[in-house]
Design a protein around this ligand. Structure first.
Ligand SMILES: *Cc1c(COP(=O)(O)O)cnc(C)c1O
Length: 434
């Protein structure tokens, strides 16, 4: 394949095109930098998961889009139409989903430190589940629900002792994480017993999320095994019935040629075997399954288009290509040294004669987008695209150096439209009172 993103092609003019739209046209219309998302690709990714849920669990489950990957009103509309649920981790994400008309009962509210206001907001809107992280929070939920005359349907987050990232996972019994209650130490069991005794709490399910950008099946199988055994233990020891099992997200995507993702439905197939097996062997009923992919729904459906400014060649050291965006719109390199691939928009498949580092325009030496990118010759005024930026870019963007955030342009079937407009300088000073 020519590009890490499946939804890219080169059109008759020799320009890079996404969703049937020429990137030079989009850049001319909406300016640079801009995030461009292929809506059809997002929908296709949703359907891989929802179809697999039907196939491997007879539809007895729900796929939640983990909306921290990209949160704006339009994405919640897409998720609603695709029959997905969503997970939110803050009052702001919850508010955005509700304002987009997303049905509250299909919203799951996560986070390790929900404020009382956020809990109240969630109960007022009537979210489907609040995913409690710890006993302090559980007590707050019980109290606030009590005052409102409600019963909160909760799941609670368990650290199953598996820590997985990319191509490695460790079974640590790791309890040094800010998220959830530990399985090994008996903390999770204590939590279940306590929650079960609370008048305004209904314990519906358990949740785990073992990492992100994972390329293996085994850590997911192991997590499912531990969680199913926990469900069976709670039934055997305490008569507590846990009906829902939320196995989180973390499915890896292709940022560069060296990434080797597995088809997403394979995860669901592998895990369903484990879940069904333990359900039979331990005599517990098959739980309702919840999955929470975020990155794998949107990352490969999006790119960011920039205009090149200065090209600075430091002899025998490195060439820097400076672009009109940077860590403000994509902080993932400065945060994690994440790798990306880039393409020149005009004639992207021309011979790659240049190795250069694509830098942003912020006052930080670490403001890099792609280190040692291989590109055809690039000069000032050219457009370049950084690929697979659909997840954790816009949602992590900042106004550092008071640079306005780029717009999100949605393309579908050869048509482009603005989903989020570019911030203006006046937006930047809108909250400055004196
Ligand atoms: C971030 C997160 C996800 C999604 O992770 P991806 O790697 O984007 O798939 C799912 N569940 C929880 C609880 C998360 O925090």
């Amino acid at each position: 394949m020519d590009f890490v993103m499946k939804c890219l092609s080169v059109n008759q003019k020799g320009n890079l095109s996404i969703g049937g739209c020429d990137l030079t046209d989009i850049a001319a219309e909406y300016g640079t930098p801009s995030y461009i998302m292929d809506e059809d690709e997002i929908r296709k990714n949703c359907r891989v998961y929802t179809n697999a849920m039907n196939e491997y669990y007879d539809g007895k489950g729900i796929v939640l889009y983990a909306s921290k990957a990209l949160s704006c009103k339009y994405i919640y509309r897409i998720m609603k139409e695709e029959g997905m649920g969503v997970d939110v981790v803050s009052g702001g994400e919850l508010y955005t989903a509700i304002k987009a008309g997303f049905p509250a009962e299909r919203i799951y509210f996560h986070g390790n430190n929900k404020t009382d206001d956020e809990i109240k907001m969630a109960l007022e809107y009537g979210v489907g589940r609040i995913v409690a992280d710890n006993v302090f929070e559980l007590e707050s939920i019980n109290k606030i629900a009590g005052k409102m005359g409600k019963t909160a349907d909760i799941m609670f987050r368990i650290k199953p002792g598996i820590d997985a990232h990319t191509h490695s996972f460790v079974q640590t019994g790791q309890i040094d994480s800010k998220f959830g209650v530990a399985l090994e130490t008996g903390e999770a069991e204590e939590f279940a017993v306590k929650a079960d005794s609370m008048p305004n709490i209904n314990v519906v399910g358990v949740h785990c999320h073992i990492g992100s950008q994972i390329f293996e099946l085994a850590p997911f199988e192991l997590a499912a095994e531990k969680m199913m055994n926990f469900i069976a233990d709670m039934k055997d020891r305490h008569g507590i019935e846990i009906d829902e099992l939320n196995l989180g997200g973390g499915y890896g995507i292709k940022y560069t040629e060296s990434d080797t993702p597995i088809d997403y439905d394979k995860y669901i197939c592998a895990v369903s075997k484990v879940v069904r097996g333990i359900s039979e062997s331990r005599g517990v009923k098959l739980p309702f399954i919840v999955m929470e992919p975020g990155r794998s729904i949107v990352a490969e459906a999006g790119l960011t288009v920039y205009k090149v400014g200065a090209v600075k060649e430091i002899p025998n050291i490195r060439t820097y290509i400076s672009v009109d965006g940077g860590m403000g719109d994509n902080p993932r390199y400065i945060l994690y040294q994440s790798e990306y691939e880039a393409a020149r928009v005009c004639d992207p498949l021309a011979e790659k004669t240049m190795i250069a580092t694509i830098a942003g325009k912020c006052c930080e030496s670490g403001d890099i987008l792609v280190e040692n990118a291989r590109l055809p010759e690039v000069k000032a005024g050219d457009l370049i695209a950084v690929l697979a930026t659909g997840a954790y870019n816009y949602s992590m963007a900042s106004n550092y150096n008071r640079i306005p955030r780029p717009p999100i342009v949605m393309v579908s079937g050869g048509k482009a439209r603005l989903a989020v407009k570019r911030e203006s300088y006046d937006d930047l000073i809108a909250n400055d009172l004196i």
